[in-house]
Design a protein. Sequence first.
Length: 317
Amino acid sequence: MFFLLRQSAVLVPALSLLGAYPAGVTTPAPTTPERLVAEAVIQEVGKDQHQVYLPVVLHGHAGTLILHFFQAQVKLLLSSDAMAQAGVASDGTLDSLTIGKTVAHDLPISSISLAETSPAGLPPVIGIAGNEFLDEYDIVVDGPAHRVRLYAPTSRPSMASAGTLGKGLPPGVKAADCVSTQPMPEGHTGFAIQANGKPMTATMQTAAGGLTIINLVAAQSLGLTQHSPNVQRVPDSLQTLAYQGVPNKYVATGIHLTLGRYPFREDSVYILARTPLQPTPATPSIELTFENLLDQVFVQSNSTGQVCLADPHASRR
């Protein structure tokens, strides 16, 4: 079930044609300033660990949501204090939540125990938002600016100039930088990337302290074995990093990960017998950490069903 996003007139701009694109080329809808709903902040919470924080207003009280997009199939989880403040039982429906310029209505929610400290310069954390919450938006992760921007979706793909996807989007994103999204287990979003030139099905996970992991099928497609010179056994003391109960015994280095024309920053992957989100046991799969995006501009256009990785050297807004 998705929540209903009621928009004011200013958030439903008339889309203009900015130029003709070659037939058959679909590009994500321009993220114009008029479509910008809210802006979240990326903050460091530990060594190589970051969280995404979205300021909201719950029944007149300022709070902050942790965004776990691309990861768990979560609608909206609120702390017990926030649930009491909203007058909602442990599982129910939240009548309204102010998110930037909009008010979201009738949000399915559940309770969660939170031990989060307040992020720097932001209101206290009151909950977590996941896929079903964020699927209502077009998302731009602007790593260099440490911001995640949520845009109101468009009802149809729009045209863009040959140079960019439209006014308001950080420069450098072109049609060649984008791939179509793929359905994944439990409502996650998948997309195609290359690992050392080999095709992989990828997901992005935003939990702090996550690892970039591949399944055994992906490792085999890369020609990796426990005897490969770039594969090392993970020390027993670190095997507690097992992901969702799957033992993590080996790490491979020198793995070149790309989406479209540009590379991700990481070149180390941990090898598991399976990844939690692999579509099938025979699908080479990889889960990327959010740390890969800290020097990139990453776009997920739910309007057009595409993800894009921008030129990491392009100028930023």
